[in-house]
Design a protein around this ligand. Structure first.
Ligand code: NAD
Ligand code: TDX
Length: 336
């Protein structure tokens, strides 16, 4: 396969950084350019090992900054742009929705506009199953397919749905060469400790309360982050232009069961669990039907939840320096 140059936006965040490492490892002759403006969710230290690789470049740029994006793309002439950059935390979208519209909607539009002006051959939008809204708990037979109508519940998911609509509109109106993936909840290394799994691991390690929203029965469909990276790799190489791909692994778990499992794995008492006020508009259940990506691209998840959660807990135990830096705020200091 001919060597390619790939721009990865949001590559200093959770999934983006995993994708940077996945691609550098799998394609040693590809050039990987990470574009990230390092918001509170971006951590340059996460990319420390990538920075030693001569095929890797980090560019501190906001995806809404069109002149800067255009100058970079003119210089690097990417074959593919993969857009992970986003505000990603639902709770923050409830307390401060504005930045979600700016980054998730306008940022995506800026990237597509520059790609169009420079005839970049391929754009991939990393989206989420949350654009479909939620499913009831008493209908385990229902799943999200690519044909499920968009029905977002939170400002976060509405902003991601807005971006998806723009991508589809660019495909239809301008023959823009894009694909979209809508993935379920990811977990694994480098997950920012405001999200359920890393927050619970770190709080449990500190014997601090484990705040479970509402009744704890909300269900998420968990996918090990490397399986998501592999799906995107397949889509950008073999996917069909204009196509949406749902990505998920039939790993449905209630929040409370995950928290109990983390307590068990770490030898902590379930007495740490505290039921707290529910999230506003809290989606009840997400569940992806991954038949299409399996049939079209042969994708299947490889990591079972029982194994992935053990690996993830071990990673947090072994990499305390990574998350202590986040808790102390040191991670926002520039790399030495
Ligand atoms: P994250 O919050 O961990 O990382 C986001 C990254 O984007 C950070 O490095 C941040 O600095 C960067 N960023 C934010 N605004 C930017 C801007 N204006 N310009 C440049 N960089 C900017 O997010 P994540 O969990 O890794 O999610 C990545 C993508 O995957 C998002 O688009 C998200 O919607 C999607 N997604 C996430 C999940 C999940 O479970 N985490 C599931 C499905 C889809
Ligand atoms: O302290 C908590 N207590 C709790 O009960 C937190 C942070 C969360 N929760 C619940 C809310 C959700 O039902 O756990 C579940 C998972 O919460 P998050 O980790 O915040 O993830 P979620 O809201 O499901 O969204 C995630 O998956 C889809 C990502 O953050 C999104 O970016 C992605 O699109």
């Amino acid at each position: 396969m001919a060597a390619k140059t790939i721009v990865v936006t949001g590559g200093a965040g959770f999934i983006g950084s995993n994708f940077v490492y996945y691609m550098l490892n799998k394609y040693p002759d590809y050039r990987i350019i990470c574009v990230d403006c390092l918001t509170y969710a971006g951590n340059i230290h996460t990319l420390r090992k990538a920075k030693n690789n001569p095929n890797f470049r980090f560019a501190k740029i906001n995806i809404c900054d069109k002149p800067a994006i255009k100058a970079l793309f003119e210089e690097e002439k990417p074959d593919i742009v993969v857009n992970f950059a986003a505000e990603s935390h639902v709770d923050r979208s409830i307390t401060g929705p504005e930045i979600f519209v700016e980054t998730n909607v306008r940022g995506t539009q800026v990237l597509m506009e520059v790609c169009r002006e420079l005839n970049i051959p391929r754009f991939h939008q990393v989206s989420t199953d949350e654009v479909y809204g939620d499913l009831p708990l008493d209908r385990p037979d229902l799943f999200f397919t690519e044909k499920t109508p968009l029905h977002a519940s939170s400002p976060y998911s509405a902003s991601k749905a807005g971006a998806d609509m723009l991508v589809m509109a660019y495909c239809r109106t301008f023959n823009f060469p894009a694909t979209i993936s809508r993935c379920s909840n990811n977990y694994g290394p480098y997950h920012f400790p405001e999200k359920l799994i890393p927050l619970m691991i770190i709080n449990a390690l500190h014997d601090k309360p484990l705040p479970v929203y509402g009744d704890g029965k909300n269900v998420r469909d968990w996918l090990y982050v490397e399986d998501h990276c592999r799906a995107i790799d397949l889509i950008i190489h073999d996917g069909k232009i204009g196509q949406v791909y749902n990505v998920g692994g039939h790993n449905e778990m209630a929040n409370i069961d995950i928290v109990k499992l983390i307590c068990k794995e770490l030898g902590k008492s379930e007495d740490l669990i505290e039921f707290v006020e529910d999230r506003k508009g809290h989606d009840r259940r997400y569940a992806i039907d991954p038949t299409f990506i399996h049939d079209e691209l042969g994708w299947l998840p490889e990591t079972k939840f029982e194994d992935g959660i053990k690996k993830t807990i071990k990673w947090y135990v072994d990499n305390e320096a990574w998350w202590q830096d986040i808790l102390s705020g040191n991670y926002q200091k520039e790399e030495d």
